[in-house]
Design a protein around this ligand. Structure first.
Ligand SMILES: [Zn+2]
Length: 107
């Protein structure tokens, strides 16, 4: 499954789906703050997240399974999802690779 997960981000369909999701979400983070229920709404560095992770059978290219998140919220979600697994290290690596691919360099 990790092989499939890595390949998604090199797929042409992902680039198209990602663009569509960003447009649909008006280039704003869709995450909801846990404490006050307000939408994060950040702009700037945005990521498109799989609501149901690919590793859990989520569709990688279906807009219904995509949401726009700012980098911070995306990282928090990824960390949460992986905190119960023992592959946090690999998730971090995939995240870094993904950010490098998307933005060219890690700040
Ligand atoms: Zn956010």
């Amino acid at each position: 499954m990790s092989k499939r997960g890595r390949n998604v981000y090199r797929d042409r369909r992902w680039k198209a789906a990602r663009r569509e999701a960003l447009k649909r979400d008006d280039y704003q983070c869709q995450a909801v703050e846990l404490d006050n229920g307000e939408k994060c709404g950040r702009r700037g560095i945005l990521e498109v997240d799989h609501i149901v992770p690919i590793s859990k059978g989520g569709n990688p290219f279906n807009l219904d399974n995509l949401q726009t998140l700012c980098r911070r919220c995306h990282f928090q979600k990824t960390a949460l999802e992986n905190s119960t697994d023992h592959n946090l290290t690999r998730a971090r690596q995939e995240w870094d690779n993904h950010m490098n691919t998307t933005f060219g360099a890690t700040p």
